[in-house]
Write a protein that binds this ligand. Structure first.
Ligand code: HEM
Length: 440
């Protein structure tokens, strides 16, 4: 399908077979990006891993992210494993407090706060106080929401300088606030580094690693990792983490609350596998097939990054149609995941469909048919997959194991509002509220 938005022409891939052509067959020619106008604010786009073209700087940033924070090896290391575990404990504690006070729980907000704290500790070895956490929550949420807000400047580039809707200005204000807090961490660390020998003693956090790379002038041979690059990179990693994971947990809880059979099955499985063990941890997940299936089904129906915009770096032919150089090729993961030929009764929440699949068909990347690709695929595949899958299973699983859940009376009567709100991520338009009752 082709759509025209102002002067922008985009080809939309909405079926598994077209997604495969974009993300596999022609992926080498289709990994360009043109940043949304809002991202030009404060020069963010110039160093952002999300929108850099697939060149040296983009490769260097992906490598730094993977090697020093986001690989399975890093996440299971003695430095990061306790940080991940503490975030799950922190979430359970937050919810316990609300349950004890008889207050409804805003599931997404609680998970968002726990993930912000995790990411801050992983990057800076520092916690966030309540005031900083509140300010960051609001700034991060709005920056992400503004990223893909329909914007005249994106459709009519000749008008972009005027920023008619003020999207770029608002994005700039929000990102400036995140920059400021990240700058404070960088400055504090730079003052300390001469005393600690450049952060080389003890275990390094992500900030130490990028400052080392910057001082040694390495990176990718000729890539300069200067202060702007560091600040943009840390902001990107922070923004990528918080909304995606918390929204997936919120969508999962919303589906389970409306499907009591599935809720019972997952809680029964948790009871029989974990017994009195307090938290779900990564090694437990292999023994929790129903939890795994429920999370996959959640990501199928609610892929939190539903649209992947690629730019053709040369003319290619997709399904017999020429796609000219410079054309935007949008992969619509939401539509791919609801393709009726691949998914019978595609709009129904049925975790069982993943139990019936062969293991190689139920992976997050292992699908050969491209009908389930919540983290996308190909060269620009999501960098945070190992962190996201660990945290969604551990957090949602632990919440279901620790508490009985119910909908507040009024929501039960009127039904859960499952409307979606789309920015860079697809979140619940009405935040889910639920009543938690502690069972351990
Ligand atoms: C449930 C959680 C998440 C989902 C469903 C998700 C999904 C996605 C998708 C669909 C893309 C687009 C890939 C493409 O352009 O083809 C993406 C990109 C990206 N994701 Fe995630 N993501 C999640 C969590 C995370 C986390 C926790 C991080 C941590 C840092 C992260 C970092 C990134 C980065 C850096 C990119 C840009 C990659 C590039 O353009 O080279 N994501 N993600």
């Amino acid at each position: 399908m082709t759509v025209r938005l102002g002067t922008l022409v985009a080809v939309v891939a909405s079926s598994p077979s077209t997604a495969r052509e974009v993300l596999q067959t022609h992926n080498g020619s289709l990994t360009g990006r043109s940043p949304p106008d809002a991202w030009l604010a404060l020069g963010h786009a110039a160093n952002s891993v999300f929108v850099l073209p697939p060149g040296r700087m983009w490769r260097a940033l992906r490598r730094i992210g993977t090697e020093h924070l986001l690989s399975a090896r890093q996440l299971d290391s003695t430095r990061l494993r306790p940080v991940l575990r503490d975030a799950v404990l922190d979430l359970v504690r937050r919810v316990s407090g609300m349950a004890a006070a008889g207050r409804p729980v805003e599931v997404g907000r609680a998970a968002f706060a726990a993930m912000m704290d995790l990411q801050w500790r992983a990057m800076f070895s520092a916690g966030l106080d309540d005031a900083a956490a509140r300010a960051l929550h609001d700034a991060a949420r709005e920056a992400v929401a503004l990223s893909l807000k329909p914007n005249v400047s994106d459709f009519f580039p000749a008008l972009a300088a005027a920023d008619l809707q003020g999207v770029r200005r608002r994005f700039a204000r929000r990102v400036a606030m995140v920059y400021q807090m990240i700058d404070e961490q960088i400055e504090r660390r730079m003052r300390k580094r001469p005393e600690t020998g450049g952060g080389s003693s003890g275990e390094k956090d992500l900030l130490d690693v990028v400052l080392d790379i910057s001082e040694q002038g390495k990176g990718d041979g000729v890539v300069i990792v200067n202060r702007e690059v560091i600040r943009t990179f840390l902001t990107d990693i922070f923004l990528a983490t918080v909304d995606t994971i918390s929204s997936t947990i919120e969508w999962g809880m919303a589906e389970l609350l409306q499907h009591p059979d599935a809720m019972s099955k997952v809680q029964e499985e948790l009871r029989s596998v974990l017994g009195s063990k307090a938290l779900v941890e990564h090694p437990d997940v292999d023994r929790l097939p129903y939890l795994r299936a429920a999370i996959r089904e959640t990501l199928r129906l609610h892929p939190v990054v539903p649209l992947v915009p690629n730019e053709a770096e040369e003319t290619v032919e997709i399904q017999g149609h020429a796609v000219p150089k410079g054309c935007t090729v949008l992969v619509n993961l939401w539509a791919v995941h609801r393709d009726a030929a691949a998914w019978p009764e595609p709009d129904w929440f049925m975790p069982e469909r993943f139990l019936r699949r062969r293991p190689e068909e139920a992976g997050f990347l292992g699908t050969t048919e491209f009908e389930f690709i919540p983290f996308s695929a190909g060269r620009r595949v999501c960098l945070g997959l190992p962190l996201a899958t660990r945290m969604v299973h551990a957090m949602l699983g632990s919440l279901l194991h620790h508490f009985e859940w119910a909908l507040p009376g009024e929501v039960k009567e009127n039904g859960v509002d499952m409307a979606e709100s789309l920015g860079l991520t697809m979140i619940m338009a009405t935040p889910l509220q639920a009543i938690a009752k502690s069972v351990r």
